[in-house]
Design a protein around this ligand. Structure first.
Ligand SMILES: Nc1ncnc2c1ncn2[C@@H]1O[C@H](COP(=O)(O)OP(=O)(O)OP(=O)(O)O)[C@@H](O)[C@H]1O
Length: 281
């Protein structure tokens, strides 16, 4: 559905170089700390920035050559809704109705009501969570084949984040053919949602793995200095010095469980993975 090959973009003090795919019908997550390059990756897909090198194809076409018809098939939730804060969801519905051939106005207004967004209240009076819900509902309002959501849960409390994630999950269970890219710096948001996850750091992809593989095969070893020296270094992706010795990230959890009885081997969540891959030695 989307393919970025050796995409490069250079700013004064930042360089992006990324190869990434969003396969058909799959939910792909892009995680990374603030400033890692997530939004730049998205802007290149949407043709909002001109790459300095490499290629970006969407629906098999160069991103810069997408037609209005192609763009109708992309649902986008960026940090800014693109609507004036003085508009209400009912006003937005009128605009969306003119913009998109497949905009489903009754369904959109019903969804607003269902998720607690008063349709006649101006957006400037909405809370952060309400604005985020509106952005996600807009992206989902016109039968898109590709959904791109940049930090849809940013700045929200746990309850509001779960509600937004629920909206996304509910939508996707009804549309198995929809392809999705979702970014976040809160990895747990993506664990239960994404088929595969890319980890981006300082403009580079450090890791790409199926979510199931991360959760089942990656682990954290806690070892003292002597044991650390005996580890199979080709099974260690990253390590961090701690008071007791080392915390090491491995993608061979089972190997250590079977061959190193007594070693502390913990399950690895995606937050641990980010911490160790981007903050370790
Ligand atoms: N137009 C621009 N001009 C100069 N630098 C830019 C521009 N756009 C982005 N950058 C820089 O590129 C880097 C990556 O920014 P980007 O917005 O892609 O990161 P991000 O991972 O989305 O971060 P966040 O999670 O904070 O939104 C940052 O250092 C940012 O300052």
């Amino acid at each position: 559905m989307v393919s970025e090959r050796n995409l490069t973009k250079n700013y004064r003090d930042f360089s992006l170089n990324v190869t990434l795919d969003i396969p058909d019908g799959q939910i792909t997550g892009l995680v990374g700390k603030n400033g890692a390059g997530k939004t730049t990756v998205i802007k290149a897909m949407l043709g909002l920035i001109r790459p300095d090198g490499g290629s970006v194809t969407v629906f098999g076409k160069d991103a810069s050559a997408l037609t209005t018809e192609d763009k109708q098939k992309i649902g986008v939730a960026l940090s800014d809704s693109g609507f004036s804060n003085y508009l209400t969801p009912a006003d937005c519905a009128k605009i969306l109705d003119k913009m998109y051939d497949h905009f489903d106005k009754p369904a959109f207004l019903k969804a607003c009501a269902r998720y607690g967004l008063p349709v006649d209240k101006q957006i400037r009076q909405f809370s952060t969570g309400m604005k985020a819900k509106l952005r996600v509902l807009v992206a989902m309002s016109h039968d898109a084949k590709l959904l791109i959501m940049d930090e849809p849960t940013a700045g929200m409390d746990v309850e509001a984040r779960n509600e937004v994630l629920d909206i996304i999950r509910t939508y996707l269970t009804e549309r198995e053919d929809c392809s999705v890219l979702i970014t976040s710096h809160i990895a747990t948001d993506l664990e239960g949602l994404c088929d595969d996850i890319y980890l981006i750091h300082q403009g580079k992809i450090l890791l790409h793995e199926d979510t199931d593989v991360i959760l089942s095969e990656y682990g954290i070893l806690k070892v003292d200095d002597q044991t650390f020296d005996k580890l199979e270094q080709n099974t260690i992706l990253s390590c961090k010095k701690e008071a007791f010795g080392y915390r090491c990230l491995t993608n061979q959890k089972q190997f250590y469980l079977e061959n190193y009885p007594g070693m502390v081997v913990e399950n690895c969540g995606i937050d641990d993975l980010i911490l160790l891959m981007t903050g370790g030695k």
